[in-house]
Design a protein around this ligand. Structure first.
Ligand code: ADP
Ligand code: MG
Length: 710
């Protein structure tokens, strides 16, 4: 019902700011504040940024004859004819009412005698609720109602489109509305929520036309007036939402950029060309780096040669050869007498990197260490690292361990950054802080990130793209086949093996343990051996001892094994050009990025490669679309774009901690165009409107995002 709250919440004389705790609102105590925190509401400003999910139309009275049962909730003004308690299956109070044009039944399962007394014949009511078809006709169960003097009084109310908020247990809609009403009243105070969008920047938003003021936008969201396009408010295309989304994107961007500026003013060791250059490394490789690799290495070395920390993101599709690029950076750091840390998200990947780097760098006299959760090193090994002996330490997040101290850390390489949070990235950085010199940072991602997303999640980083695959890679022909045709697939394996080719069979299980996945792989290997007795089948999974796993991989690489049955452990790091057929079991369970990664293991030789996506029917709509994207393209960027559309940014980035996914108003998919605009104006705001910039960062990126405070 229309409320009289706004009168009650008239602003007090005391000064209030949007950043004040929401506990300064009436009726918000410590217990409620805890629950509100779960909704992301901590300050009064957060109350205003808590965007309604939808709106209830309480703007007009619907004549009873026009009420459609099962439609939207309605307001009706009716007169009571009779009220009586019915003892049906469930006891209820049934009130028969009419507005002269039609009959409306009101039903209450919970009622008090006092309530019953209100429904005296002849009394007028204004009711609100969701009509449904009842036994006698249209009825509303537990309507909100108010007794009014007469029909005219019933029609006399303030029309309202009432916001319905995302809520949580213990936080009612009424409570949220009351808080919003108080916060909106405070919005009237000067300085409570200063407009932080400089006018010339705001003009960008509307191609020169008038732009909605921030307070008007907030009022619009919480209290849309009559004739407002509610659908647009809900789907986010309304100018009020756009106004706020743009401000948020800009604030976020400014937060990242000021963080970047701060880091860029720190001192770092200048790691220039120390004489030999990279020639000795290139001799070890056994192949010649691609032009793209050479260009990116050049960009990295230019950064490292300056006296300020490098902050660089390397993007390159699966198999584009990022490890070599990182190795060049590592070698440069070490030749300058500094240490490098190389962090990978999984043990297996760390082992692979360790093997690669050791193969390339140990012949040059460089020590390459491995530190993972499973392979903790004793003090004899770690002491030289603490003392600053130049070396590269490869590892998982075990590299953060307190006990692992770098005496002279000059470079951090982080592989597959999207699996780590920003916090982890920073923790590793802090390992270097001891000397007053910061380490250079190189971040690599195999999942190509769509531009809008990359720019918003990694705006603090410079980007290099390896946009060329090593020569000799052939496109992979991909088909999706239902599990019911498994036998045909097995026959096909037999034929491929007879032609001297090698095959990967990948078992996937989602949300299960290594153990179950390992069991599935064992069962599949067993079945294949039975079906194809002449074929050499072997297993590789995460539960095997590293040595046994390595042995299996080596045998496969050497061509002694025809079929490698693996769990998703082979997602990374295996390179067998003669393997030209891959079967992915339960492909419908994996995400696009992971499928793309897996498939990247074939197509490395000169013969045409095939990938069979074996799925368990029936396919969900998204799974069907995922598989068809994969069938239609091998371009990692196109796949990433589709992934973003299918899953949304939070999932694509792999973790909500990256900050990019936790926008309150903005939506990276919906607001892609505003991301671009925010990027375009961010530097101008920093340069010409520093006060507003500070305000925007504080308002939008100051809290949980973790960027501004770092
Ligand atoms: P990414 O990490 O980008 O997916 P990797 O660094 O693992 O790729 O490289 C994939 C494979 O390609 C490795 O076996 C690597 O040795 C090989 N490789 C890298 N660069 C080249 C190149 N320029 N020519 C031939 N092979 C290369
Ligand atoms: Mg890699």
């Amino acid at each position: 019902m229309p409320s009289s709250r706004s009168a009650k919440a008239a602003p007090r004389r005391e000064r209030r700011r949007a950043g004040d705790s929401c506990r300064r609102l009436e009726g918000v105590g410590p217990k409620l504040a805890d629950k509100l925190a779960a909704l992301g509401i901590e300050s009064i400003g957060d109350v205003l940024l808590h965007r309604p999910l939808r709106y209830e139309d309480r703007s007009r009275v619907t004549p009873v004859a026009e009420i459609i049962p099962h439609g939207m909730p309605v307001i009706a003004v009716v007169r009571v004819d009779a009220a009586e308690v019915r003892h049906g299956r469930r006891r209820s109070l049934l009130v028969s009412t009419s507005d002269g044009g039609g009959r409306l039944w009101l039903r209450f399962f919970h009622f008090a005698p006092a309530q019953q007394a209100k429904f005296a014949p002849g009394a007028w009511l204004r009711v609100f609720g969701e009509p449904r078809g009842g036994v006698y006709g249209t009825e509303i169960v537990h309507p909100e109602y108010q007794v009014v003097a007469d029909a005219a009084a019933g029609h006399d109310f303030v029309p309202e489109l009432r916001a319905v908020y995302p809520a949580t247990s213990g936080v009612t809609q009424n409570r949220l509305r009351d808080m919003a009403a108080q916060a909106l009243a405070l919005l009237e105070m000067p300085d409570f929520w200063p407009d932080a969008l400089p006018p010339d920047i705001a003009a960008e938003l509307s191609a020169g036309g008038p732009v909605m003021a921030v307070d008007a936008a907030l009022r619009m969201i919480h209290r849309p007036g009559p004739n407002v396009d509610l659908a647009a408010l809900i789907d986010g295309s309304h100018p009020a939402v756009t106004r706020l989304a743009f401000e948020e994107l800009l604030g976020h961007q400014l937060g990242l950029r000021s963080r970047r500026r701060r880091i860029k003013t720190e001192k770092a060791p200048a790691l220039g060309d120390a004489g030999q250059g990279l020639a000795p490394l290139f001799e070890q490789l056994g192949f010649s780096p691609t032009n793209a690799q050479r260009r990116v290495i050049g960009e990295i070395l230019a950064d490292m040669a300056t006296r300020h920390p490098m902050l660089r993101l390397i993007q390159g599709d699966v198999g584009s050869g990022k490890t070599v690029v990182a190795a060049a950076a590592v070698l440069t750091a070490i030749e300058n007498g500094w240490q490098a840390a190389f962090m990978a998200p999984t043990e297996l990947l760390a082992e692979q990197h360790h093997a690669n780097l050791a193969g390339w760098l140990e012949p040059l006299g460089i020590s390459v260490l491995l530190v993972t959760g499973r392979r903790r090193r004793d003090d004899a090994v770690l002491a030289p690292i603490r003392d600053g002996t130049p070396a590269v330490v490869v590892g998982t997040h075990a590299l953060f361990q307190e006990s692992l101290d770098f005496g002279r850390l000059g470079l951090c390489v982080i592989d597959e950054q999207h699996r780590f949070g920003v916090d982890q990235r920073l923790a590793l950085r802090n390992k270097a802080a001891r000397h007053g010199l910061s380490a250079h940072q190189l971040i690599m991602t195999a999942t190509p990130i769509p531009r809008t997303l990359a720019m918003s999640a990694y705006a603090d980083l410079d980007t290099s793209i390896i946009d060329e695959l090593p020569p000799g890679r052939t496109p992979v022909v991909t088909v999706a086949v239902p599990n019911t045709r498994r036998d045909e697939v097995i026959e096909r394996i037999g034929r491929a093996v007879a032609e001297g080719r090698q095959v990967y069979w990948v078992c996937t299980l989602i949300e299960t343990t290594d153990k179950l996945e390992a069991q599935a792989a064992e069962a599949a290997a067993e079945a294949l051996s039975v079906a194809l007795p002449d074929v050499q089948v072997t297993l590789a999974h995460g539960r095997m001892k590293p040595a046994a796993k390595q042995k299996a991989m080596n045998a496969f690489k050497a061509g002694h094994i025809d079929v490698l049955v693996a769990t998703t452990v082979i997602e990374v790091g295996v390179d067998v050009p003669n393997a030209s057929l891959m079967i992915i079991e339960n492909a419908e369970r994996l995400g696009l990025a992971q499928l793309h990664q897996l498939r990247g293991r074939v197509g490395r030789g000169s013969v045409e490669s095939h990938c069979v996506l074996l799925y368990q029917p029936p396919l969900s709509e998204t799974a069907r679309r995922r598989l068809s994207v994969l069938r239609d393209t091998g371009d990692g960027f196109a796949i990433a774009r589709a992934d973003l559309e299918l899953r949304g940014p939070g999932e694509v980035l792999g973790t909500r901690q990256t900050g990019a996914a936790s926008f309150r108003i903005a939506d990276l998919v919906r607001d892609g165009v505003w991301v671009e605009r925010a990027l375009a104006v961010a530097d101008d705001v920093l340069a010409y409107h520093p006060r507003e910039a500070e305000l925007l960062v504080e308002r939008w990126a100051g809290g949980g995002g973790g960027y501004a405070g770092v």
